[in-house]
Design a binder for this molecule. Structure first.
Ligand code: HEC
Ligand code: HEC
Ligand code: HEC
Ligand code: HEC
Length: 288
């Protein structure tokens, strides 16, 4: 890591960029997901699924069968949630063995973060990280994302997510990317320029040969504050560790004090190609 840091600083110095993106976190990278001391086992029980954690509310034969899942997800089975202002209908899997990407990518997160159908587990319902002053302070930001007390309404205010929320390529509204079996390749003139200045960190899942969005498309639950870019990453950025927040898969530092910092917008542009600099004739790259 020391070696990477050294090399990257030289490369960035050469390109005349502010080298502020390289970071070495001093806190545990699992961050909020240390789960107030319970640690990995709050999510992955080494034995007996949710019973092993004493949180089984049902006799779910599938408990623990995917990623040794240690929370009880049965209250979410088969529930319909409608996201993206009403356009995206998602019927949650009916069992842990459904073998669709919304099992490991959505049921898992909602087992603690739903706050409506599922129990709140150890959640305190407020963001754990210290937020910069650019966020409002009229209320504390909730982490039980559906805790509205209504059976359907709350999900309308969620970014499109689920098996019907598809990432598309081509046309005037999307990147000049291509897709084979739900895998997005950012190889067009504009998308490849974007990847060299930022990267393609998000990981859509493949469902019926389409790239679809689940929680883990944008979030990586094991690293709260850091993105590790290696030589094999889909990013032209110099290898090293970059600051992020909220377990996001790409660099995302709203606390960067750099003038013109656009890294948080770049995160969204990974899929919203039509709103990128590259697709609008601007030569601007990523400013950290
Ligand atoms: C907040 C919940 C959470 C915590 C805490 C957590 N993980 Fe995970 N982990 C997940 C989820 C969700 C997946 C599945 C991701 C996917 O497949 O998209 C996963 C996947 C994994 C996998 C891959 C296993 C598989 O079958 O896909 C391993 C290994 C793993 N985690 C180990 C750990 C270890 C070790 C820790 C503690 C250092 C830890 N996890 C903490 C949520 C968590
Ligand atoms: C075992 C329960 C549990 C599971 C499962 C879980 N989380 Fe969390 N998560 C927490 C806790 C605890 C916090 C701290 C905030 C709180 O107490 O409300 C948190 C906080 C977060 C935060 C905010 C962190 C910050 O910046 O302050 C994000 C983002 C997040 N989780 C995403 C996810 C995603 C995505 C998944 C699924 C892959 C997931 N979580 C699964 C327990 C969980
Ligand atoms: C399209 C990308 C994307 C998807 C999909 C996504 N998130 Fe997030 N999430 C974000 C971003 C970006 C933030 C940080 C927002 C900010 O800066 O305030 C965030 C923040 C959060 C937070 C912190 C509290 C908050 O409201 O800011 C939680 C908890 C969270 N996400 C959970 C989830 C869960 C659970 C899912 C799946 C149901 C999910 N996310 C799906 C992008 C996404
Ligand atoms: C993983 C890819 C991905 C990422 C990353 C992403 N989006 Fe999206 N977003 C989509 C898709 C796909 C749609 C649905 C487009 C459609 O088919 O209508 C969408 C729709 C939207 C919509 C319209 C929702 C509605 O109700 O009609 C908004 C607004 C939006 N995204 C904002 C954001 C913001 C802000 C970010 C960054 C925090 C972001 N997106 C990151 C893929 C993504």
């Amino acid at each position: 890591m020391k070696r990477y840091l050294f090399v990257s600083l030289i490369v960035l110095g050469g390109a005349g960029l502010a080298g502020a993106q390289i970071t070495s976190p001093t806190t545990d990278v699992l961050g909020a997901h240390l789960n107030y001391g319970r640690g990995c086992t709050a999510c992955h029980a080494p034995h007996s699924g949710s019973s092993g954690n004493g949180v089984a509310r049902s006799t779910d034969p599938g408990s623990g069968s995917v990623a040794l899942w240690g929370e009880d997800v049965s209250s979410l089975y088969g529930k319909t949630i409608i996201t993206g202002g009403g356009k995206f209908v998602e019927v949650l899997p009916r069992s842990m063995s459904a073998a669709t990407p919304d099992v490991a990518g959505m049921l898992t997160c909602l087992s603690c973060h739903d706050g409506n159908y599922a129990s709140r587990a150890m959640m305190r319902n407020r963001v754990y990280e210290t937020l910069p002053a650019t966020y409002g302070n009229a209320n504390s930001i909730p982490t039980l994302i559906e805790n509205t007390g209504s059976s359907t309404g709350g999900y309308l205010s969620e970014h499109p997510v689920g098996l019907s929320a598809k990432v598309k390529c081509g046309g005037s509204a999307n990147w000049d990317c291509s897709q084979v079996n739900g895998v997005v390749s950012m190889r067009g003139a504009n998308s490849s320029r974007f990847v060299s200045s930022y990267g393609m960190f998000v990981k859509p899942s493949s469902y019926n040969n389409s790239a679809v969005i689940v929680c883990t498309t944008c979030h990586e639950p094991h690293r709260m504050n850091v993105v590790n870019i290696t030589a094999g990453s889909t990013s032209g950025l110099p290898p090293g560790t970059y600051a992020t927040m909220f377990f996001l898969r790409g660099p995302y530092n709203p606390a960067s004090g750099t003038t013109g910092s656009n890294q948080t917008a770049q995160f969204c542009r990974q899929c919203h190609g039509e709103l990128s600099n590259e697709m609008n004739g601007s030569t601007a790259g990523t400013i950290f």
